[in-house]
Design a protein around this ligand. Structure first.
Ligand code: 13P
Ligand code: SF4
Length: 384
């Protein structure tokens, strides 16, 4: 098979030492795997099924990864979900080993929650612009400037940043946790996504100071073009992930995590939706609501250059081929295995565990399978 090509991705790197906390432009790279032919896909999928069993491993996948990996996870008793449910599922599953198809912070969270399990990723270098844009030393300096605030970090951060936090949240539970802290009179330091932080501050009225990071995918959705698309499809409801800019969120009928957007589409009487989140989600949305029409929200105006084209370059690094490679050799060589420094892991554990306990206590789940329609989708796709 051909080797993957390399893509350069520009992202915001906020600098806390600058007087106005400005964002510096920075660059990272992502590897673009070569798409398999139809016969290669079938062979790779069969091989991955056999290897998952042999390795006593379960596949935990995010909605944004390749549709073949999502199907494989469903067919082998794994999960396809948002980052809250991925964390819970991996922690509670009885398999000895986990393979996390997503980005690095998801693999790290699983390892922190289950240090006794071996955790692998199809490509360990799949990262996230929010994680890259929040270096631990700079983040520590930001926290030191505001010792009176409760530190709440989004899941999309490194283990070292989580080690400095009081709470971790995902987009499925951020509003509830910040409302809870606000009701106790707490002031909040939030990192790293400025749009999600702004959205939560507006909704809850909490006093929040925000790290100025952004997601390369969601930051690209454009309100003006979205308004034009709404005019073209006046019957369409707009589904928006809150990592999108405020002007885009303002046009939404449903704002929420990936799972909440899928549920929003299922539960709505509307038949047409404009979707402002990574287009990898369309696979599961179409399965969850097969009679409905989903249109991607615009990512750029005329002549503009789209950084992500609504697909996360790092989520795209996950493929059947590198999953098989990791299952075949990673257990012996350590390639693709997630390691977190034990001291950092112990410190980071507290804020993640606090979130999961809060979720359990309040009955908040990142599981779209809890709704009847998606459960039907899973029917007939039991363990291979
Ligand atoms: P969810 O927690 O909603 O799945 O979001 C994770 C993410 O990385 C969105 O870009
Ligand atoms: Fe990070 Fe954005 Fe990719 Fe989600 S979509 S993993 S926030 S870069």
């Amino acid at each position: 098979m051909n080797s993957p090509s390399q893509k350069v991705v520009a992202f915001d790197l906020p600098d806390v030492h600058q007087p106005s906390f400005v964002c510096m432009p920075s660059e990272a790279w992502a590897k673009v795997p070569v798409a398999p032919t139809e016969s290669e896909r079938v062979e790779l999928k069969d091989r991955a099924k056999r290897l998952l069993k042999e390795r006593d491993a379960v596949l935990v996948a995010h909605y944004y990864v390749d549709a073949d990996l999502q199907e494989l996870a469903l067919e082998t008793g794994g999960c396809v979900s948002d980052s809250l449910e991925m964390a819970r599922f991996g922690r509670d599953h009885t398999a000895k080993n986990l393979v996390v198809a997503g980005v690095r912070f998801m693999g790290e969270t699983s390892k922190i929650l289950s240090p006794e399990k071996r955790v692998f990723m199809p490509d360990i270098e799949a990262t996230c612009s929010l994680d890259l844009g929040c270096p631990p030393e700079q983040f520590a300096a930001f926290c030191d400037q505001h010792p009176d605030r409760v530190v709440v970090v989004y899941a999309n951060t490194s283990a070292a940043v989580k080690a400095r936090a009081d709470w971790m949240v995902t987009s499925s539970i951020g509003l509830e946790i910040v409302s809870y802290l606000h009701a106790q009179g707490k002031k909040i330091l939030w990192a790293p996504d400025r749009h999600l932080g702004h959205y939560i501050a507006e909704k809850t009225g909490a006093d929040m100071i925000l790290w100025q990071g952004s997601c390369v995918v969601h930051d690209e959705f454009k309100a003006v073009e979205l308004e034009l698309l709404k005019e073209q499809y006046p019957d369409a409801k707009v589904l928006v992930h809150p990592e999108s800019p405020a002007a885009v969120v303002a046009l939404a009928d449903v704002v929420g995590s990936t799972t909440q957007l899928i549920k929003g589409a299922q539960n709505s009487k509307a038949t047409r939706f404009i979707v402002a989140t990574d287009n990898g989600i369309l696979h599961m949305m179409r399965k969850a609501a097969p009679d409905k029409i989903f249109i991607e929200a615009p990512t750029a105006g005329d002549g503009a250059t789209c950084k992500s084209c609504a697909h996360c370059p790092w989520m795209a690094m996950n493929a059947l081929s590198n999953l098989c490679a990791v299952l075949e050799t990673g257990f012996e060589t350590g390639a693709g295995e997630v390691f977190v420094d034990p001291a950092v892991s112990q410190q980071a554990y507290t804020c993640i565990d606090r979130m999961l306990a809060f979720a359990q206590e309040r009955g908040i789940s990142g599981k779209s399978a809890s709704s009847a329609a998606l459960a039907d989708v899973h029917k007939g796709m039991g363990p291979a």
